[in-house]
Design a protein. Sequence first.
Length: 426
Amino acid sequence: MNQAIPLAERLRPQALSDLVGQEHLSGNHSVLQNAIQKGKVPSMILWGPPGVGKTTLANIIATTFNSAYFQLSAISSGVKELREVIDEAKTLGGAIVFIDEIHRFNKGQQDALLGAVEKGTITLIGATTENPSFEVNSALLSRCQVFILKALDKDGLLKLIQQAVNKDPLFLNNKIELKETEALLQLSGGDGRKLLNLLELSVEALIGTNKANAPLILTNDWVMQVAQTNITLYDKNGEQHYDIISAFIKSMRGSDPNGAIYWLSRMIAGGEDVKFIARRMLIFASEDIGNANPNALLLANNCFDAVNKIGYPESRIILSQCAIYLASSAKSNASYEAIAKGLAMVQKTGNLPVPLHLRNAPTKFMKDLDYGKDYQYSHLGENNFLEQEYLPDEIKGTAFFVPQKNAREEDLKKFLHDRWLGKYGY
């Protein structure tokens, strides 16, 4: 076996049953295994953190079907490359196309895939570390099945280590004793590729110190020395990525600027993508503050624009200012709750008809059908208001927006009460 190839690549699973840590996908009677056995897999999005088997799973599917297989990276490929692959797939009668980091494709690039996916010219396998609900456009997402891959737990990571020890020449040809594994496990952060890379680096460094062909003992201290890091450092690719951003958000939600600054500092010190932090604050400004302080969204949006222009190290100051403001702001999740209720109602009631008086009537035929009849133009009323019904009859009177107890939303409640006089609870 060629040891110039990284250990993670040498040990890459070749069959679905060999995939570690994703038994919900690879196990007997799983949705994916059943699809493979039936000889047809859908286009899919593989969502999960780095190093958990997304690329491996795509390779296994392509090998199982003995299909033409194209692998693209959204970092380096554009619409031109996509169209070339689609054209070639047409001549071949179909192909599997794997696109790594598909969330980095813009809308135009994602749209270029739609026709080929819908017609079955290609079976798309997209891999992403970001929530596809936000990062993959809805038209493409509706044509794909989303499979979630998990960060590897301790048992999964230990299984990878054992596979390396039992199968790879690096261990079989050298006298290596793994005395301790805690540092390997913690530094990997649930990332199998990172685990194997660090294991290989540590073992090779250990072999390099051996002058007497004596047994070599791998310890936590040695792994830490090789990694040249501290075990508590933030790992932007592993499980701590999710834990620390969670702690950051919850600190701001809990109105604790000190907690927010600490977790922000952990992310900055660990080299977290500045846009990722700013994006999370932008979402937070609407989800957790909303109309309790509309300026929060403006500041968070300006923060996002500014850090994109400036980058590190100066962006740390802008991020700090924004985090402190958001943490210290009045809070409301009324907007978040309102859209959640609205979507739940749509899910429950389906496509209710638009009341006739609210319909558009650009033609005589539509006017004859009473489209737009009895609509009252609000600006003709006192204070630009005329009472009329805006919801379908089946759900009229339903309150989606419920103002919360903060100064700005109390003002909104008073404004709405003065117009609706108790309707919707205002």
